[in-house]
Design a protein around this ligand. Structure first.
Ligand code: COA
Length: 314
């Protein structure tokens, strides 16, 4: 069955926190943050449900659809608004969708996990589904801890997957999903607590996990980096992205980056960068796009998708 992304949309809170704002209350500097991470500002505020609803509404408008046309909502998030129920239930209700909804927690790899899962579900059952990656990490960040407070921001990005749009092939051409629970202690937050992280070790493992995962998925698809129109990496640290690009021999001009303006928005970071690239006209029908993320768990996920509604068969 052909699956295509027919709509996409994003949402960011209004409040901007710049590096200069952080300099005022933390022992840090704009130069340190930019040099070590590539981040200049981040957006902070809102709830996971409200941001997700806004992003999904934009995706529906772009696709010329309403909630009633959607039979499944999957929210990738680590920061649901409540422990019970799933935040996807509120999104599903607010948009007037049909069918089911569930939250998926694979940290910063969550959007790719969700996309791969939903592509498989639609292959089987048809219909349309919203896949939305949203996080409000500012709610679980210790704003007095300079080693984490500079990194994180809030945001949301959504896509509408449509199995009725006439695309001839699957959206996901190949995927690699992984987790190493033995590394859980490197990046975690207790219930009601804030994020604790061993930054240097997370950095090291992230580069290795992304390179291994991407290599695997490119091999599965029988393609090389030259065949990719765009690489959409998780936006955690520009030095991680540069290291991966260098190792794969992938040019930075074909890499989607929003990190400078958003910080690390966890499950929202890949769809934010993907949607911005689509809005900027950087994607054409048939383009092969690589998505790759890693995060707490540690989780990782890579997928090659074929962009466009007129996708030829695999
Ligand atoms: N401003 C100024 N100095 C800071 C600082 C800040 N915000 N945060 C840490 N430092 C200091 C440290 O205290 C340390 O000082 P010391 O040498 O006197 O001990 C020094 O800078 C170097 O710290 P280090 O942790 O080695 O820096 P780094 O180059 O590894 O950068 C991170 C730190 C967090 C930016 C980096 O490790 C990183 O991005 N890791 C991955 C995090 C990540 O991606 N997490 C999310 C996964 S989804």
């Amino acid at each position: 069955m052909g699956i295509a992304i027919t709509g996409w949309g994003t949402a960011l809170p209004d409040k901007v926190v710049t590096n200069a704002d952080l300099e005022v209350r933390l022992d840090t500097s704009d130069q340190w943050i930019v040099d070590r991470t590539g981040i200049r500002e981040r957006r902070v505020g809102g709830t996971t449900s409200a941001l997700a609803i806004e992003a999904c509404e934009r995706a529906l408008v772009r696709a010329g659809r309403s909630g009633d046309d959607v039979g499944l909502v999957v929210l990738a998030t680590t920061t649901p608004d409540q422990t019970i129920p799933a935040s996807s239930a509120s999104i599903h209700h607010a948009l007037g969708c049909r069918g089911g909804a569930f939250d998926l927690n694979a940290a910063c790899a969550g959007f790719v996990y969700a996309l791969v899962t939903v592509d498989a579900l639609l292959q089987k059952g048809g219909g349309r589904a919203l896949v939305v990656g949203t996080d409000t990490l500012s709610r679980v960040t210790d704003h007095d801890d300079r080693s984490t407070a500079i990194l994180f921001g809030d945001g949301s990005g959504a896509v509408l997957l449509d199995a009725e749009a006439g695309g001839a092939g699957p959206l996901v051409l190949g995927a690699d999903l992984g987790v190493d629970g033995s590394a859980a202690g490197l990046l975690f937050a207790e219930v009601g607590g804030t994020i604790q992280m061993e930054g240097r070790e997370v950095f090291r493992r992230a580069v290795r996990a992304e390179i291994d995962s991407i290599t695997k998925v490119l091999d599965t698809c029988g393609i090389t980096p030259d065949d990719l129109a765009l690489f959409v990496p998780h936006q955690a640290n520009v030095r991680i992205i540069d290291a991966v690009n260098e190792r794969l021999g992938f040019p930075s001009e074909r890499t989607a980056l929003v990190l400078e303006r958003t910080g690390n928005t966890s499950a929202a970071s890949i769809p934010l960068a993907l949607c911005e690239a689509a809005d900027a006209g950087r994607l054409r029908d048939g383009d092969l796009v690589l998505l790759s993320g890693f995060g707490a768990g540690m989780t990782w996920a890579s997928a090659v998708i074929r962009w466009g509604t007129a996708a030829p068969a695999r």
